[in-house]
Design a protein around this ligand. Structure first.
Ligand SMILES: [Zn+2]
Ligand SMILES: [Zn+2]
Length: 732
């Protein structure tokens, strides 16, 4: 250690540490020892966009701090992820550049891996994967077949946007003001067969489990409740014509007698019975193909069809039955009583009623037969898309046998990778080598399904592969013994726009528990803990190229170093708050790390020259003891913050501990003029402790400081009450 003031060269420190980590395989997933906690920290699965953005940096900085903390406490940690590589954004980007999506995705992923490594994220990179890899999507196909066999996937008509010029269906984000994104011609809505995932069997359990998810933060639970859309109320059976009954729901349990009409969802299982009249049926079909999803939430404009039928009101009178998707937007595919007296949306409907409804008695009348009931807004969603870049759906269409699943042993149904889509038509429909297949049932000529799975379907199990060693994925993805070790994931760290993914992952986990592969996950939950964080914005606005306010992590890292950027992102805001990026947090982090670096090296040099002075040492023993207590309580606070993933608080407490250490030195200088050797020893031990608690947040500089202090980098995370400088007061 030379005497001159060493300045902090983040670039060099980070390159050295990253080389050392790679050399010692610091992030390889270990085999947990008996009784050792096995902690699977699951970060969000990035789209292969080609660029990490600040939201990723936030996500991974939180997850990495937690993974490093658990590792340093002696737990076996799996910190792994895969790219969400299929889907429309990648296909559109490839079309724009005239390249193959397969090549584009690979290039993007490679670049993002370089960025992640440069930021020092401690992923087990050997476990990284792409959902578009054959060994991955064969299991998406397996999952499709498994859920299909269990009755959880079905085929039904759905309304989609269609461009006549491009001869293709369009996703919502490809329709701009009713026109095609590619050719700018007007689009129209068509009905076509689509595959759906059935959620309803598990909504109730997803709901019940929410109370038991103790390690889930408020933000993540809030998204689950919102997606579930639970309403409590009562239901009554109403008598209709020809002995038909209709069960109607209402959240207004005290006002049932004031009901004036019944609204029926167009997706109600018995809607056809009520719309039997030819003219009504025609209007219902129009409604279904009219893209009503877009206006379903607005009671003043929502479509409303008179079925012509009525039911007996719960307190007498006749209630007309109307069909309207307003029900779906509020309570799911059910029937609901319209009670304008107490319900604003119903009031808006009442004003538009094509036929007057007769309330029987007044609002306060007794209603018999009402039962407690719950409705959920969450509903089945479509999982197939008319796109090239996705998991091929493993079914064939046979003229003789109809839709026939491909046998599991014939998977994967391979996606041709040498395709350069243009955005016109469906490339898969033009590939004979893909299209033509023998029917598995009759052996005759058949055609493969040319729709592919939406990447949302791949995401249903994207949290699984990292828990399986790469060499086991081809054959044991859902049966490898390691799954029992790592699942459920101890903690998911993800952006709060991931609520829908997580909700559906929770449903599919329960399905796989009941079907068998995940029978060991008794409560059917993929994540024991969950932390959702808000997004990163700049200048109070969402970052966008258009606004010119995009903050590029690469530029920040090049200028300030990875540790400074990570520390700034963590320090700037708690996870539940939107992070409005500003230079202030960066300046703070930079000042702190530079200050700590210079201070530590300076004191290491000074300690070597400090005198042995027994009398002085005895006189300052009580100050050393106080330092020990400060360290002890500081570590205690940081541990508590880290356990809650409240990294902004933990970083604050790390910086406070540094202030305390400097304060300790000032007090001794004030009392004795200088530090004795034992005083310095206590100071350096406190600095070593500080480096260890800093390591989850700024791992490179922390490890370098620990080495400078002559400490073992494998010391791990300190526990409160253990190895704090209190022990050093006995040295004199
Ligand atoms: Zn078009
Ligand atoms: Zn056949």
């Amino acid at each position: 250690m030379s005497g001159e003031k060493p300045s902090y060269d983040a670039g060099k420190v980070e390159a050295d540490r990253q080389a050392a980590w790679a050399e010692r395989g610091a992030f390889a997933t270990p085999q947990p020892a008996d009784g050792q906690p096995a902690v699977y920290v699951k970060p969000s699965s990035p789209f292969t966009s080609g660029n990490l953005h600040m939201g990723h940096v936030r996500d991974y900085a939180i997850g990495d701090a937690y993974a490093r903390f658990r590792r340093a406490r002696g737990d076996a940690v799996l910190f792994g992820f895969g790219f969400d590589a299929f889907g429309l954004p990648a296909e559109m980007a490839a079309i724009e550049r005239g390249v193959r999506p397969a090549d584009w995705v690979e290039r993007c992923g490679e670049r993002m891996l370089v960025q992640m490594k440069r930021l020092g994220f401690s992923f087990d990179y050997g476990r990284a994967f792409y959902s578009s890899d054959e060994d991955q999507y064969r299991w998406s196909q397996w999952l499709f077949l498994t859920l299909h066999e269990a009755g959880l996937i079905y085929r039904d008509d759905a309304t989609v946007d269609w461009c006549d010029t491009c001869q293709t269906t369009l996703a919502a984000l490809q329709v701009e003001d009713g026109r095609c994104w590619r050719c700018h011609e007007p689009v129209r809505l068509i009905r076509r067969p689509t595959w759906f995932l059935r959620l309803s069997p598990y909504l109730d359990e997803n709901d019940r489990n929410l109370d038991r998810l103790e390690s889930w933060d408020e933000l993540s639970l809030k998204t689950q409740r919102y997606i579930l859309g639970r309403t409590d109320g009562v239901e009554v059976d109403l008598q209709g014509p020809q002995g038909r009954a209709l069960t109607a729901f209402s959240p207004h349990r005290g006002s049932l007698a004031a009901a004036r009409f019944v609204l029926l969802s167009p997706r109600h299982p018995e809607v056809e019975l009520w719309a039997a009249d030819a003219a009504v049926a025609e209007r219902l079909e129009e409604l279904r193909s009219g893209g009503w999803e877009r206006s379903a939430r607005d009671a003043a404009a929502v479509p409303l069809i008179d079925t012509g039928a009525s039911v007996a009101g719960p307190a007498g009178g006749e209630l007309p039955v109307f069909v309207s998707p307003l029900v779906d937007a509020r309570y799911g595919p059910t029937a609901a009583l319209g009670i304008p007296e107490v319900d604003e949306a119903d009031e808006a409907i009442a004003a538009r009623m094509p036929r007057a409804g007769g309330a029987g008695a007044g609002g306060a009348a007794e209603v018999s037969g009402a039962r407690e009931a719950t409705r959920y807004r969450a509903y089945d969603f479509s999982i197939s898309r008319q796109r090239y870049w996705g998991t091929p759906i493993p079914v064939v269409h046979c003229a003789e046998c109809g839709v026939v699943p491909v046998p599991a042993e014939e998977l994967p149904v391979r996606l041709p990778r040498d395709v350069e889509p243009t955005g016109e038509g469906n490339p898969l429909a033009e590939r004979a080598d893909f299209l033509e297949a023998p029917c598995p049932r009759c052996g005759g000529a058949a055609r493969r399904e040319t729709d592919t799975l939406d990447c949302h379907f791949d995401a249903l199990w994207l949290w699984v592969p990292a828990a399986v060693p790469p060499e086991g994925r081809a054959t044991e993805m859902f049966s490898h013994p390691d799954l029992r070790r790592w699942l459920p994931s101890e903690r998911l760290v993800a952006g709060n726009d991931s609520g829908g993914f997580v909700f559906d992952q929770r449903v599919v986990t329960k399905a796989l528990r009941d079907i068998g592969p995940f029978s060991f996950l008794t409560d059917g939950e993929p994540f024991a803990g969950c932390l959702f964080h808000e997004m990163v914005i700049a200048d109070g606005r969402k970052m966008s190229k258009h606004l010119g306010n995009v903050v590029d992590p690469d530029e920040l890292v090049a200028e300030h170093g990875a540790d400074t950027v990570r520390l700034a992102v963590l320090y700037a805001a708690g996870p539940a708050k939107t992070l409005n990026w500003n230079e202030g947090a960066l300046r703070f982090a930079s000042r702190f790390l530079n200050g700590l670096w210079v201070y530590t090296h300076d004191r290491i040099a000074a300690a070597a020259a400090a005198p042995e002075d027994a009398e002085a040492a005895a006189d300052t023993a009580f100050i050393r003891e106080r330092l020990g207590k400060w360290c002890d309580s500081g570590v205690g606070r940081i541990v508590a913050d880290l356990e809650q993933l409240q990294m902004h608080k933990a970083v604050r407490n790390v910086t406070r501990l540094f202030e305390r250490i400097q304060d300790y030195e000032k007090r001794i200088v004030k009392r004795r003029g200088a530090l004795s050797r034992p005083d310095f020893e206590a100071l350096l031990e406190a600095l070593a402790l500080l480096a260890r608690v800093l390591a989850p947040f700024a791992p490179h500089v922390a490890e370098e400081l620990l080495i400078a202090l002559g400490q073992d980098v494998s010391l791990g995370f300190p526990s409160p009450g253990e190895e704090v400088p209190l022990a050093m007061s006995s040295k004199n």
